[in-house]
Write a protein of this length. Structure first.
Length: 604
C-alpha cells in the first residue's frame, strides 16, 4: 500500500512508502536542530571553555552511525556522501566524529588516519590534543596536494550553506582555522601550520622511531583487517614498507576525500583544481575580437555551474560576487522561497533513494525533483531581474551588481550549459550558484541544452550529443569544459556492498546534526606560534579583500589599518563588490575598533 502526503503531493510526488517517507522526514528535520535545514555549520564553535558541553546522545549516535560499518570494527569513515561536501564541512565532520568518540580515545592509544586532506589534518590535530599517538597515511607524494595551485578558485567556509546560514568569512575552528580566500593561499597556510605547529615526523622507507605524530606519504592504503577476538587492526598498502608489517592500531579513521575528476574529461579539460586559461580564451572570443568561439560547460553540479558563471561574468573575481549576492539576499523572500524549495527537493530525493539505495544518480537527477527546483529558481530569478517598488531594496542592489558584471562580457548565444537532466537544478548543488545560473538563463547570457558528453576510448575525440540528435564536437572554435565530478577514494578500502551501506547512511545522517551545537576542546588554545605561522596568510587575505589595508602583528594579536588614502579599492579586490572587511579572523574575536584611526584590534 502506498500513499502520497501533502508535502510530496504538492510537488507531484506519488507512490512513496508512508513508512519510508516518515523516516526520511525525521532524518531531514534532525533531532535537536532548530532549523531543520540539513546542513552543518561552524556557528558558535569555541575553544576556550574548561569542559566541552556534551551533545545529546542522539547527536552522538547519529555521528557514529553515519561513519560506522559493522564489518569494520573500530574503523570509522568521515566520507564524502553528505549533501554539502566542502573544505569546511569535512573539517566539521572530522571534528564532530572525534568528539563523539571522545570517551573511547585514551592517551597514547595508537590511531591511524588515512587521507591527508582537510579532514585528515583536522583529525590528527584533535587526536593529538587528546594524547593519542597518530600515524597519518597519504597516497600522494605530499599532503593537500590536489588544490595547492588553484589560484583561480575562491574557497569560502559557508557559502554552500546559504540561504540556511548567512555566509561567514571565517570557519571559527579550534585548529586549522581559515578565512575565505583563493584556494592556493589557504592550502599554503594550512600546510605551513601543519608542519610548524604539529611538527610531524616524516617516515618513509626508514624504520621510524617512536613519535606521537607520524606521517607517511606515497602509501596507498588498500585494506583494513582485524582478526576475530583481537583489539587491534592492521592496514595494508600497495607499496609495503618493511616496518608497516609490525604496525597495529587501536582505532582507524578513514578521511579520504575525492580523487581526480572522472577520466572522461581527459581530452577537453584539466582538473577543476588545476589553473586554466578559460578567462583568457573567453576574452579572445569577445565581440571586438575576430575569434567567435563557443563555450560548452557540461555538468550541473557546482563545478559546472561555477565555470559557466566564470565565463559570463566580468566581475566574477574567482567567486567573490557569489558571496556579495548571498550577503545581500540573506533573509529576504527570495532566500525563504529557495530554502523551502531545497528542503522539499532534498526530502523528495532522499525518499527516492531509500526506495533504491543502489542508484544515487536517479534520486538526485529525478526529473520531477529538478522540474520543481527549476520552477522555483526561475521565479526567483525573474523577481530579481524585475524588482517591484515594494520589494526589498536588496533585490535592486543585487540585480544591479549582476547586470553590471554580465554587461562587461557580451557573448550572447555562445555560452552553453549542458547536462543529461531536463533542467540544470539538482538538489546537491549550492543554492547560490543555482540562483545566479537562473539569473543568467533568464537574461539570455547562458543557454541550457539537455545532452550527454562522450569521448572515444583514447580520449582523443569528444563531443556532446543533444536530445534533438544534434552533435557538437570539440575543436578550435568549440571549447568543451566537462565537469562531471570526481571519484571517492575510500573505494580501495571497502567493497561495493560496504560502499552502498556507507553511502546510504551518510546521505541520510551525515548532515543530520544539531547545527548550532557548541563544539569545544578541553583546554585548547591557539598558540602564539600558530598565530605567527598564519601572519603571511592573513596579510594576503586582507589584500585580496581590500588592498588599502595592511596587517600588524605584535606576537599576540593581529590588527589591520588603512595605509592608502585612495577612495576606492583596486578593481580586483572583493571590496569593490561590497564585501566588508572581517571583524572576526581565525576564531579571534574583535575586541576593539578605533574608528578615528580606522583600526580593528583582533586578540584573544
Amino acid at each position: 500500500m502506498t500513499t502520497t502526503c501533502g508535502k510530496f503531493a504538492a510537488c507531484g510526488v506519488s507512490s512513496v512508502s508512508t513508512i519510508k517517507k516518515r523516516r526520511c522526514e525525521k532524518l531531514m528535520t534532525g533531532i535537536g536542530s532548530t532549523t531543520g535545514c540539513g546542513v552543518i555549520s561552524g556557528a558558535g564553535l569555541r575553544m576556550d571553555q574548561a569542559k566541552r558541553e556534551k551533545g545529546s546522545q542522539v547527536h552522538r549516535d547519529q555521528m557514529l552511525e553515519a561513519a560506522f560499518l559493522h564489518t569494520r570494527i573500530d574503523c570509522y569513515f568521515v566520507g564524502t556522501y553528505a549533501q554539502r561536501v566542502s573544505f569546511a564541512s569535512q573539517q566539521y565532520r572530522a571534528l564532530d566524529l572525534i568528539l563523539a568518540l571522545e570517551d573511547k580515545i585514551k592517551p597514547e592509544m595508537r590511531v591511524a588516519v588515512v587521507g591527508a586532506g582537510l579532514a585528515g589534518l583536522m583529525a590528527c590535530a584533535v587526536l593529538r590534543h587528546y594524547g593519542a599517538h597518530v600515524h597519518l597515511f597519504e597516497a600522494n607524494a605530499e599532503i593537500l596536494h590536489r588544490q595547492k595551485a588553484a589560484d583561480h578558485r575562491l574557497i569560502h567556509p559557508s557559502i554552500t550553506l546559504w540561504p540556511h546560514e548567512k555566509p561567514q568569512l571565517s570557519t571559527n575552528l579550534p585548529v586549522f582555522d581559515w578565512c575565505a580566500a583563493s584556494c592556493d593561499r589557504i592550502i599554503a597556510n594550512l600546510k605551513r601550520e601543519w608542519a610548524e605547529t604539529l611538527e610531524p615526523f616524516d617516515c618513509q622507507a626508514d624504520n621510524p622511531p617512536e613519535h606521537p605524530l607520524k606521517q607517511t606519504v606515497g602509501a596507498k592504503i588498500n585494506g583494513y583487517t582485524r582478526n576475530a577476538g583481537s583489539k587491534e587492526g592492521r592496514l595494508s598498502a600497495d607499496e609495503v614498507y618493511p616496518w608497516m608489517a609490525d604496525l597495529n592500531f587501536d582505532l582507524v579513521l578513514v578521511t579520504t576525500g575525492y580523487g581526480a575528476e572522472n577520466s572522461d574529461a581527459k581530452k577537453d579539460g584539466i582538473s577543476y583544481w588545476t589553473p586554466d586559461e578559460l578567462i583568457e580564451k573567453r576574452d579572445k572570443a569577445l565581440p571586438e575580437k575576430a575569434d567567435k568561439t563557443e563555450f560548452y560547460v557540461t555538468g550541473c553540479g557546482d563545478g559546472g555551474l561555477i565555470d559557466a558563471l566564470r565565463i559570463v561574468h566580468g566581475d566574477f573575481q574567482n567567486g567573490w560576487i557569489t558571496i556579495a549576492i548571498a550577503n545581500l539576499l540573506y533573509d529576504t523572500p527570495i532566500a525563504e522561497a529557495i530554502k523551502a524549495a531545497e528542503r522539499t527537493a532534498l526530502m523528495w530525493a532522499r525518499s527516492i533513494l531509500s526506495e533504491n539505495p543502489q542508484d544515487m544518480r536517479s534520486a538526485y537527477e529525478n526529473a520531477s525533483v529538478c522540474s520543481h527546483l527549476n520552477d522555483v529558481y526561475t521565479a526567483q530569478a525573474k523577481a530579481l531581474l524585475n524588482p517591484k517598488p515594494d520589494d526589498p531594496p536588496a533585490y535592486r542592489e543585487a540585480n544591479d551588481l549582476l547586470m553590471k558584471s554580465v554587461k562587461k562580457i557580451s557573448l550572447s548565444g555562445r555560452v552553453f550549459l549542458a547536462a543529461r537532466v531536463a533542467h540544470p537544478f539538482v538538489p546537491n548543488a549550492a543554492p547560490i550558484h543555482k540562483l545566479l545560473i537562473a539569473h543568467a538563463l533568464q537574461d539570455n547570457r547562458i543557454t541550457y541544452r539537455t545532452g550527454t558528453y562522450f569521448t572515444n576510448k583514447t580520449h582523443s575525440k569528444s563531443w556532446i550529443e543533444f536530445t534533438d540528435h544534434q552533435k557538437v564536437h570539440s575543436g578550435p572554435k568549440t571549447i568543451i569544459i566537462p565537469r562531471h565530478g570526481p571519484e571517492a577514494h575510500h573505494r580501495t578500502i571497502i567493497d561495493s556492498t560496504e560502499q552502498q551501506s556507507l553511502r546510504l547512511r551518510q546521505i541520510m545522517l551525515a548532515d543530520r546534526i544539531n547545527i548550532h551545537e557548541t563544539r569545544t576542546l578541553r583546554k585548547a588554545s591557539t598558540t602564539a606560534k600558530a598565530l605567527d605561522v598564519r601572519l603571511p596568510y592573513v596579510q594576503s587575505m586582507i589584500a585580496e579583500i581590500d588592498d588599502r589595508y595592511a596587517v600588524d602583528y605584535d606576537g599576540s594579536a593581529y590588527a589591520y589599518h588603512k595605509i592608502v588614502e585612495q577612495a576606492e579599492p583596486s578593481s580586483h579586490c572583493a571590496a569593490t563588490l561590497g564585501i566588508d572587511m572581517p571583524v572576526d579572523l581565525f576564531g579571534i574575536s574583535s575586541c576593539a575598533r578605533f574608528s578615528e584611526t580606522e583600526t580593528f584590534s583582533l586578540c584573544r
